[in-house]
Ligand binder design. Structure first.
Ligand SMILES: [Zn+2]
Length: 505
């Protein structure tokens, strides 16, 4: 019951609990920011001993970090912060030194720590029971680095400064971090190895780490960037060492009152996938809506570790409010532009075949979901990597490869494609950029082995003739090497139809 009370903020008289902010999460991560409070109630006496200065910006960064993590995995960390100034109470000390005898300060300390204990306990239900707990601070030392406090000797072990240590992932995001593979120990420099909170909450189930951020990282105009890069580092670190809960699809109603308001007349259901949306009208079968969303999930988190594989691409699509739509009615995406829904891609119910090719060898119709959902996502690749995936002639590696695949640079469809061309789409409504989008799709899905079934190869032979991964790798090196370049984190496994009903909420 304690947990419920803490998350509802119900216990604690005198409103002292208002100095502590508790945000319930739904993932195996707890964030704490104890030293960035600003409130100095006269009713509490000032502390006489110890450090009394704020870790300015640490609380803002913790809150922004929670938001940034949610954008990358669709789940929120637990967050506990205080707005009570450290001169009144130091949450990162045992209670005697923390409150120095003031009864109210002691009460707030207790609220903060009850909340941390409850959050640590509650978070263990998400994943396999092991959680990460980050206590976020700021140091005033001269080095512009993150002091990573493990509350353990800096012995060079994997967890402390190996290639999968948190210091390694911070370094990859452009931070200096100690310890890390680059800087395994601080030498004679000042360094915090973890305070009371880091030591107190450590257990077999709870891996605590203290982050001490430098002054420059906490400057007002740098906080957002710091939070983003911390989130990027944690998106790699967390799934390497912890188990994220399975992705859950939730079918939401489209109403006049919610965020889907402008779609109300045509659509009745929406599924959110990492901030992108799949809409369906009331005629579309639920299984088809779920299939589209599930394919989208697998394209975006292809290794299914809980975090999107390429957040730069997803961030672009989130900002443009990219969406899929399944309707047989006439639909005008321009109507929705004013509400920020900028990128639309349709995929009709009658071309959505969860039991079609390539999933079912005995089927004769191909599932267009694999194509249409990829088209939506590729808008992100085009925008984020224009020299790799730009659609204009002579703009990118993609179009350079396509000009070879078509046997020449054709801005208009040629009367006959040259002999030896293996990509020869002849739909005149599809101009050069559209051709490049289709080529991207053919290349990717061929590498994922979606096109090699003999019946399928026969169906598409007028348009695309390298239908197995091996044919593509030997026959179209420019494209296959582009798509297998690991920097782009493109999918390497073909999405599959949903098979586990438990992923549905
Ligand atoms: Zn601190």
């Amino acid at each position: 019951m304690l947990i419920a009370h803490i998350f509802l903020g119900l216990f604690c008289a005198q409103n002292l609990s208002e100095y502590v902010q508790v945000y319930k999460g739904n993932m195996p991560l707890v964030l704490s920011a104890p030293h960035d409070g600003y409130e100095k109630p006269k009713s509490m006496v000032d502390r006489k001993e110890g450090v009394k200065v704020r870790d300015s910006g640490a609380r803002t960064i913790a809150l922004q970090l929670a938001d940034q993590i949610e954008l990358r995995c669709g789940r929120r960390p637990y967050v506990v912060t205080t707005t009570l100034h450290r001169i009144k109470c130091d949450m990162n000390r045992e209670i005697g030194e923390a409150a120095q005898g003031d009864k109210d300060a002691e009460a707030v300390w207790q609220v903060y720590h009850d909340a941390l204990a409850a959050a640590s306990e509650d978070a263990q239900q998400y994943g396999d029971g092991q959680i990460l707990f980050l206590d976020i601070h700021g140091h005033g030392h001269p080095n512009d680095w993150i002091e990573v406090g493990h509350a353990a000797p800096l012995d060079g072990s994997e967890w402390i400064s190996g290639e999968t240590s948190v210091g390694a992932y911070l370094t990859a995001q452009g931070f200096k971090a100690v310890p890390s593979p680059a800087i395994p120990d601080p030498g004679d420099e000042k360094y915090f190895n973890g305070g009371y909170i880091t030591r107190h909450y450590r257990s077999d189930a709870v891996r605590t780490i203290q982050f001490e951020l430098s002054g420059p990282m906490r400057k007002k105009d740098k906080r957002h960037d710091t939070a983003r890069r911390l989130a990027d580092a944690l998106s790699e670190f967390i799934p390497t060492h912890f188990v994220m809960p399975k992705f859950e699809l939730e079918i939401n109603e489209v109403t006049k009152q919610n965020e889907y308001e402008s779609f109300y007349k045509i659509f009745n259901r929406a599924v959110d996938v990492f901030g992108l949306t799949v809409f369906a009208d009331k005629k579309a079968a639920e299984a088809k809506l779920i299939h589209q969303a599930w394919v989208m999930y697998q394209y975006l988190d292809n290794d299914q570790n809980g975090f999107v594989d390429n957040y730069k691409v997803v961030e672009f699509l989130q900002n443009e409010k990219a969406y899929m739509l399944m309707t047989s009615k006439r639909f005008n995406p321009e109507r929705h532009e004013k509400d920020g829904w900028h990128i639309a891609q349709d995929c009709f119910a009658d071309e959505t075949h969860p039991d079609g090719l390539p999933f079912n060898e005995d089927a004769d119709e191909f599932d267009a979901t694999l194509e249409e959902v990829w088209h939506l996502i590729s808008n992100g690749y085009v925008a984020v990597y224009p020299t790799a995936f730009g659609l204009e002639p002579d703009s990118s590696q993609l179009t350079a490869a396509m000009d070879v695949a078509r046997g020449g640079q054709f801005e208009r469809i040629p009367r006959h494609y040259p002999e030896g061309a293996w990509y020869s789409y002849d739909d005149r409504t599809c101009e050069y950029q559209c051709m490049a989008m289709e080529y991207f799709y053919w290349g990717l899905t061929t590498l994922l082995d979606a096109q090699s079934h003999p019946l399928r190869a026969e169906q598409i032979k007028d348009e695309w003739r390298l239908t197995t991964p091996e044919q593509l790798r030997t026959g179209d090196k420019l494209l296959s090497e582009l798509l297998e370049d690991e920097q782009f984190k493109l999918p390497t496994r073909l999405p599959q139809p949903i098979s586990e009903p438990e992923v549905l909420q």
